[in-house]
Design a binder for this molecule. Structure first.
Ligand SMILES: Cc1cc2nc3c(=O)[nH]c(=O)nc-3n(C[C@H](O)[C@H](O)[C@H](O)COP(=O)(O)O)c2cc1C
Length: 358
């Protein structure tokens, strides 16, 4: 006996998916609809599939045109998903107001899609009340690498990365401080020890020559490109582009620096990091928060929840400014995230230093 449709629908709602817009073009112009039934099928030849309801205009238009394109939606494009699902009742032209690019097959794709595929229909199989279209991919691009839009339990969503298992620290420690040894033993990096090739990205000298980076990596040196003012809302596109460029250059890590003068809002930290984590791959993201306050701790939590596990912090008594080591260790203990040393080690050291000053 077949499963009843309410149970079936609620079970399907538990399966999270990405969201795309399937488009085609025929003698009467372009047509598009939202779909979550996209799937990859074959690597060689490259093939993908999408299942369209037999009753939908999109289905007959795709079949007649013999071609379709897929635009993957980004986390900020739920309104486009809604519109191409026919959920904006007042909209007559689904395409109006967005930028489109025409693919070699003549189908429109979103200019700022996370990625797109251009396909020629290779097969169309019956699939109950849907048709399974298998397309041979003839062209593909990733115009705006970033976090994807998701659909789950009939709701739009975004990736929320789990907390990291552990944090990796680079610590500014005062010269001669015994805490430095405890940190080294725990696997933290003491910044004064050197051993890393660090450079500011976007400084007056621009980016280092690729051969310098190759040589440093061959010598076993960790290469870190630092992006200044990374959470300034007016610099978002530039920061993301720089993260992508540093990754392409071969950096092991990309450090995002908070401005010393303008505190970053948690919302902006989330916006930047969610996309920067994707752009930076395979490099890891490192974050240096400037503030010694509660907002900096909230931002550290947001960073961890956005997939960041590497932080630059400042030990007690260090002349450098930034997020205090003890605060981050305390936060990670509360979150059950592993850390190189215990918060108590730092608290003890801070009180030793306070006594020395008295
Ligand atoms: C997130 C989401 C995913 C969808 N996925 C599909 C799908 O994979 N196949 C399908 O036939 N309809 C799907 N739909 C419904 C279509 O987008 C909707 O019926 C649309 O109006 C069809 O366009 P048309 O009537 O112009 O053909 C989806 C809707 C939403 C909101």
């Amino acid at each position: 006996m077949p499963v009843d449709s309410t149970t079936f629908r609620s079970v399907l709602g538990q399966w999270p998916s990405g969201v795309c817009v399937v488009t085609t073009a025929g003698p009467h112009g372009a047509h598009g609809m939202t779909a979550s039934s996209f799937s990859s099928v074959s690597l060689d030849p490259p093939m993908v599939s999408v299942c369209l309801g037999n009753h939908l205009p999109s289905r007959s238009l795709l079949e007649a045109a013999g071609r379709f394109a897929i635009s993957f939606l980004g986390k900020d494009q739920a309104h486009i998903g809604r519109r191409f699902a026919g959920q904006d009742r007042d909209i007559t032209d689904r395409f109006a107001g967005f930028d489109w690019v025409t693919t070699p097959n003549g189908c429109p794709v979103l200019a700022d899609a996370v990625a797109w595929l251009d396909c020629r229909i290779a097969y169309a199989y019956p699939g109950g009340d849907h048709t399974i279209f298998v397309g041979e991919v003839t062209e593909a691009a990733t115009p705006r690498v970033g976090a994807p839009l998701l659909f789950h339990s009939r709701n739009w969503g975004q990736l929320a990365d789990p907390l990291p298992e552990g944090i990796h620290l680079a610590v500014d420690v005062p010269a001669g401080d015994p805490l430095a040894d405890t940190l080294r033993r725990g696997g933290a990096r003491v910044r004064a020890d050197g051993g890393c090739f660090e450079f500011p990205a976007g400084g007056p000298d621009g980016l280092p020559h690729p051969e310098r980076i190759i040589a440093a990596r061959q010598a076993g040196t960790t290469v870190i490109g630092y992006v200044p003012d990374a959470f300034d809302p007016s610099r978002e596109d530039e920061v993301l582009a720089t993260a992508g460029a540093l990754s392409a250059l071969g950096c092991d890590e990309i450090g995002l620096l908070e401005s010393e003068t303008v505190p970053a809002s948690p919302l902006q930290v989330r916006r930047v990091l969610q996309d920067a984590v994707v752009r930076a791959r395979p490099a890891a993201l490192r974050v240096r928060l400037a503030g010694n306050n509660r907002l900096a701790l909230v931002n550290a939590l947001v960073a961890m929840k956005s997939g960041v596990s590497c932080f630059d912090v400042v030990a007690p008594g260090s002349p450098a400014s930034g997020l205090p080591l003890g605060d981050l260790l305390h936060l990670s203990r509360q979150l059950e995230v592993g850390a190189p040393i215990g918060a108590a080690d730092v608290a003890d050291r801070a009180s030793d230093l306070a006594q020395l000053r008295e």
